[in-house]
Design a protein around this ligand. Structure first.
Ligand SMILES: Nc1ncnc2c1ncn2[C@@H]1O[C@H](COP(=O)(O)OP(=O)(O)OP(=O)(O)O)[C@@H](O)[C@H]1O
Length: 272
């Protein structure tokens, strides 16, 4: 697989990830009025790895995730998946291309049970148009059965099967985050982008999350993780990009970026 855009990280110092890129953003700029949320940002997520995206508040991490998943269109620059330019694709095509994501704040589906939440999550399946209703009923039932089996298997995997019939509004913050990952997994993605998976999650469930992400990576899933929890980043990520003011500041292993004075300065500057 070729790398599409020249890696600015080389010029910025730190260690460049030499593995093939699964997802690349090339000189992406996004403005909100006079505010530059992303400023010619270039970085990549390596195939089969767990890449961390960190940076102080307002650095542009969530905006970048939104651009990567088609929710926000960049003013300029491109997004490439396995070398193909996907910048202008409609948002639903991103899932078909093998991408799924979770959100910083889990969408509330309060009155549904935990199991229903998974059954009603978007997934790849046959259309439900008139043609499908007339000719595809048997196939539709087979798919619904397979979906239920899969939903159960996923709930067992994330340790929430015993809560399947409970309203999802009663779940803890961490359980909701795990359920959101399970919803993403229904798409059978090759790449999952997690937006602050550790926020509001208790230490035992954080361990559960670490175990799940490692297990999925071993099965071949690629991850991109936006996170403020440095313990989670250190435990999971084989490569970390540090963003500041809409740009890539420095990249490297967790150990490398932890001792980089520019990283310390970016965080202290934001706190000042
Ligand atoms: N829809 C929007 N309209 C206007 N400004 C926005 C919008 N989305 C983001 N911004 C601004 O863009 C900048 C980058 O925001 P973004 O949420 O991407 O940062 P972040 O690194 O994810 O921050 P945090 O760690 O606090 O979540 C911020 O100054 C933010 O206020």
């Amino acid at each position: 697989m070729r790398t599409v855009c020249a890696l600015d990280g080389l010029r910025r110092g730190g260690a460049v990830d030499k593995r093939p890129a699964f997802l690349e953003v090339c000189t992406v700029t996004k403005r909100y009025g006079g505010l530059v949320a992303l400023d010619a940002c270039t970085l990549s997520i390596a195939t089969g790895g767990i890449t961390g995206l960190i940076g102080p508040n307002g650095a542009g991490k969530t905006t970048l995730l939104n651009v990567m998943t088609g929710l926000v269109r960049p003013d300029s620059g491109t997004v490439h998946l396995s070398g193909a330019d996907i910048t202008s694709l409609p948002v639903h095509r991103f899932a078909e291309m093998g991408m799924a994501r979770t959100f910083q704040i889990v969408r509330e589906l309060g009155s549904l049970t935990v199991f229903e939440n998974l059954l009603l999550a978007p997934r790849h399946q046959s259309g439900e148009g008139v043609g499908a209703a007339l000719f595809g009923r048997r196939k539709w039932w087979a798919e619904e059965h397979a979906n239920a089996v899969r939903a159960r298997a996923l709930l067992e995997r994330i340790g929430l099967w015993h809560l399947a019939d409970q309203p999802s509004s009663g779940l803890s913050g961490g359980q909701k985050k795990l359920l959101d990952i399970a919803r993403a997994l229904l798409l059978e993605p090759q790449l999952i982008l997690l937006d602050e998976p550790g926020a509001g999650v208790s230490p035992p469930l954080k361990l559960e999350m670490i175990r799940l992400v490692r297990e999925l990576r071993a099965e071949g899933v690629t991850f991109g993780i936006v996170e403020h929890d440095m313990h989670l980043i250190g435990e999971l990520c084989d490569h970390v990009h540090v963003m500041a003011e809409g740009r890539l500041l420095v990249s490297g292993s967790f150990e490398q970026i932890s001792r980089d004075p520019r990283v310390v300065e970016a965080y202290l500057g934001a706190a000042a």
